[in-house]
Design a protein around this ligand. Structure first.
Ligand SMILES: *Cc1c(COP(=O)(O)O)cnc(C)c1O
Length: 482
């Protein structure tokens, strides 16, 4: 198996090269030139495996140049901080099963990928003979930043700089990032929204003069955003794991199909589920749930992707995105030849349109829903009345599946304690006070413990206070790295 660019670059790459590079030389995203095919026997075996074992078996099939021993060690280490069951599956009735993906060190699902990526990158650098220091640049709408910082902090041979939209993340998220420890980390606020920050990072990546200066300093840039294959492939594993638990519990018979519903921003998480299906996991349909930045809802319903619309700041900020980068990978699977032209159109006009055959192929497997701010809060209250406490992002997904016809796995992407102000408001309680007071109030009210990483947050530990304009991001990078 080799990796190729979604935009047709005329050479292929090993998995390790794809991970170390992050982005293909022509600006496309890496995809395997052939997907693995898991046999029914392999799926059955997973019923007896724990999370780390399932993850190692799944990833081995996508990363042939990493040894099974390496992957077993990496997954064992990466998921050791997730609690006894890394991804609990909770039956909330109406054939809905919430897959809680927030029991990692930073209480967001991005930990699944970002505790693995540093290991994949460091090993990948060794395999490809890269000796430079690898500098990770991240644009974050909130959760990626902290999860990446935690994953890379003090990892030898790496440095990490995170850019987040000033005022565009929750107080808790901001505090999680600005208190990050480690000698190789830097956190910088950008005056703008997530797309501004992401555009800035992309511009830095494609700046050849800068790359030259960095190379002279023995530094190579790489990405930890979900466009990196090393971010996506660990996420494929939890869909296999969820399926194996449904079968083990007798909810599904072997080979029976499930649906999945995913609160979506950059299209990474839902695309990882799609990869699982294309690799043989019995998934029927995908429900793509958006907040009021509902560009994907329109796209899936009409075939027209149009980011020319107001950017909205919502109570589910990790989904406040108008350009869903990983969608390019789905387009490549549906209509590979069309990708360069669609992406050119997106860059030049902010929109593109699928042809009818690609649109029907999309609609055959995907449906979309979106959820207003008001409905997000109402959904939290309703779920809580039904006995389940969830965060704002999960609420957007639950809103899309009030009841299901077949067993449906709903991804829960963050702990309710990461967004306590919104959750308290939804429950009819006061959202006023410091981050710490909100955490305590939510815990006292619901009887649920504050996750350890959040309980330890203290504003006195903040280390990073800089805010820059989007056009100053490059200077912030050179100041940090050179
Ligand atoms: C990142 C994130 C999402 C969106 O995931 P994508 O892979 O970008 O679609 C949803 N919820 C939370 C809490 C997140 O952090």
């Amino acid at each position: 198996m080799n990796y190729v660019s979604t935009r047709g670059y005329p050479r292929s790459f090993s998995a390790a090269e794809a991970i170390v590079r992050g982005l293909a030389p022509d600006g496309g995203l890496f995809m395997p030139d052939a997907l693995p095919r898991f046999t029914p026997d392999e799926l059955n075996n997973m019923e007896q495996q724990d999370y780390a074992e399932v993850a190692a078996s799944v990833m081995a099939r996508f990363l042939p140049d990493y040894t099974p021993e390496e992957l077993s060690r990496f997954t064992r280490e990466a998921y050791s901080r997730f609690g006894a069951d890394a991804a609990p599956l909770v039956d909330i009735g109406e054939k809905r099963f919430v897959l809680e993906l927030y029991h990692g060190p930073t209480s967001a699902f991005k930990d699944f990928a970002l505790q693995m990526l540093p290991r994949l990158l460091a090993a990948g650098a060794r395999k490809t003979g890269v000796s430079e220091r690898i500098a990770i640049l991240v644009a974050t709408s909130g959760d990626t930043g902290k999860a990446a910082l935690d994953g890379f902090a003090d990892v030898e041979g790496t440095a990490i700089q995170v850019f987040y939209p000033a005022g565009g993340v929750s107080d808790i998220q901001q505090l999680q990032m600005t208190t990050q420890r480690g000698a190789n980390v830097r956190v910088t606020a950008v005056r703008g929204n997530f797309d501004d920050a992401q555009r800035g990072v992309k511009a830095i990546f494609s700046d050849n003069a800068l790359a030259e200066r960095l190379r002279a300093g023995n530094i190579r840039l790489s990405s930890a955003n979900s466009i990196n294959w090393g971010r996506l492939v660990p996420q494929v594993a939890y869909w296999f794991y969820a399926y194996s638990r449904l079968v083990r519990r007798g909810v599904l018979s072997r080979g029976g199909k499930m649906d999945v519903c995913v609160p979506t921003g950059n299209f990474g998480d839902i695309f990882s589920a799609y990869l699982a299906k294309r690799s043989g996991l019995p998934i029927d349909r995908f429900i793509c749930a958006s907040n009021s930045n509902n560009v994907l809802y329109d796209f899936i319903n009409t075939g027209v992707y149009d980011k020319n619309r107001d950017f909205k700041m919502t109570v589910s900020p990790s989904m406040d995105i108008l350009i869903s980068s990983n969608l390019e990978r789905l387009l490549w699977l549906l209509a590979p030849e069309s990708v360069p032209q669609l992406m050119r159109s997106l860059a030049e006009t902010g929109r593109f349109a699928l042809d009818n055959s690609a649109l029907s192929a999309l609609k055959a497997e995907f449906s979309a829903e979106w959820c207003s701010e008001e409905d997000t809060l109402k959904e939290i209250a309703d779920a809580y009345k039904g006995g389940y406490l969830c965060d704002t992002h999960t609420a957007v997904a639950l809103h899309a599946v009030k009841r299901a016809e077949k067993p449906t796995v709903v991804a829960s992407t963050a702990s309710p304690f990461k967004f306590p102000a919104a959750v308290l408001t939804a429950l009819g309680l006061s959202p006023d006070g410091t981050g710490r007071e909100l955490l305590d109030r939510l815990s006292n009210e619901t009887g649920q413990p504050i996750p350890a990483g959040l309980a330890a947050l203290d504003p006195k530990d903040a280390r990073f206070f800089d805010t820059v304009e989007p056009d100053e991001m490059e200077r912030a990078v050179t100041e940090f790295l050179l």
